[in-house]
Design a protein around this ligand. Structure first.
Ligand SMILES: NC(=O)c1ccc[n+]([C@@H]2O[C@H](COP(=O)([O-])OP(=O)(O)OC[C@H]3O[C@@H](n4cnc5c(N)ncnc54)[C@H](OP(=O)(O)O)[C@@H]3O)[C@@H](O)[C@H]2O)c1
Length: 241
């Protein structure tokens, strides 16, 4: 069996770090993506102390040069990727009304949550083909579900964060699009971690622990997971797109 090489973007803290720790403890080799070298190195040390085989990959998902350098490093050192987890994300809306939300904020949400994830996926596909059967897991959000946002019976009917929600809805469409293009060698799925207690979005304090937030991502990424593609899932089951 080839070693599973798992790249997780934005893994120096929060749900990404927890996912790295849990998959590493299941025997996967973790390529920990971080845009900041110091925070990334601190996370690597914590992982190694927890018995995880991990290497730092400096990667800002909004900077194609760093994405290309990351791919080159992975190519030179390991030659393939088995799992890509597009976890890096931002929520910059801060309760601004949609009719007033500055375009710069909406673009900044999209730069990380949509363009960043797609750029990393496109750049890593040749490495994932080398590691097939391989997986891309996009960390999305129930806030990006068009079905829930337009359903008066859903609690997400009242949520109205134009930049964040649109960027995650766009990421969901990228999931559908790539899943069709890459099947069956590479599966592509979107996961909602749920409202989780991280530093995400500044003042937000979620209801779940990071272990609960990471659970479905770990479930899909583990080596023994059934191969499904083109799905939008959470711990409780399937979500409407
Ligand atoms: N927490 C929730 O309630 C919740 C709910 C639904 C979905 N999600 C999704 O879960 C994912 C992880 O969120 P989290 O709660 O763990 O948030 P978090 O603790 O704020 O972590 C976000 C991670 O993304 C990284 N990041 C941000 N911009 C980046 C960039 N340009 N390039 C590379 N990395 C970048 C951050 O790096 P720095 O340390 O350098 O800032 C950090 O490592 C996100 O995609 C988020 O949308 C979270």
């Amino acid at each position: 069996m080839k070693q599973t090489n798992t790249l997780i973007t934005g893994a120096d803290k929060g749900i990404g770090f927890e996912t790295a720790k849990e998959l590493g403890q299941r025997g996967q080799h973790i390529l920990l993506g971080a845009r900041n070298a110091q925070r990334g190195q601190a996370a690597i040390e914590k992982l190694r102390a927890a018995g995880v085989a991990a290497d730092l990959i400096l990667l800002d998902v909004t900077d194609q040069t760093t994405i290309d350098q990351a791919a080159q490093t992975i190519q030179d050192r390991w030659g393939y990727l088995t799992v890509l987890i597009n976890n890096a994300g931002v929520a910059l809306d801060h309760h601004e009304a949609p009719e007033k939300m500055p375009m710069a904020v909406i673009r900044a949400d999209f730069d990380v949550n949509f363009f960043g994830a797609v750029a990393v996926a496109q750049t890593m596909i040749p490495l994932l083909r080398q590691g097939q059967p391989a997986k891309i897991i996009n960390v999305s959000s129930n806030m990006g579900s068009l079905g829930l946002a337009s359903d008066p019976k859903s609690r997400f009917y009242r949520a109205n964060s134009l930049g964040y929600q649109s960027s995650k809805a766009a990421l969901n469409m990228a999931t559908i699009s790539l899943s069709k293009a890459l099947a069956p060698e590479i599966t592509v799925n979107a996961v909602n971690p749920g409202y989780t207690a991280t530093e995400f979005g500044g003042s937000w304090a979620g209801e779940q622990t990071v272990a609960e937030g990471a659970a479905k991502i770990v479930d899909l990424a583990r080596d023994e997971a059934p191969r499904v593609t083109g799905q939008f899932v959470e711990t409780a089951g399937q979500l409407p797109w």
